[in-house]
Write a protein that binds this ligand. Sequence first.
Ligand code: HEC
Length: 103
Amino acid sequence: MRRLTLLITAVAFAAISCAGSPSAETLGADLYNVSCARCHGGNLEGGIGPAVDANSNTALALTDEQIANVILVGPGAMPAFGQLSDDQIQSLVDYLRRRHADG
Ligand code: HEC
């Protein structure tokens, strides 16, 4: 009986851990890795495009609205990402604000 209780507890815990949509945090990181990393670097350190991590001039100089606008419009050589939803854009902005290139 004790084994059964343990098993049920373990299964319930696993179900809770996996339930629900990915958190906003993972969403921002995933979107960045898929759409942005090839130009702005795996650590947001820059490459084809400028560094966009939390310590960069970009992050320090631009408001959240301006960063969102950059993503939607795509300045210069950067492509526009107009297909992203408001939530997706916001999670990207949060990710840029949170992430530091040096770790
Ligand atoms: C094809 C390469 C490329 C991709 C993909 C790309 N960018 Fe860029 N990005 C650039 C370039 C180049 C610039 C500089 C544009 C300019 O000002 O002329 C830039 C600029 C920026 C800036 C700063 C603009 C400023 O005024 O300082 C931000 C923020 C940014 N990108 C975020 C993103 C995000 C978020 C994504 C993914 C959704 C992304 N970029 C995808 C190339 C890219």
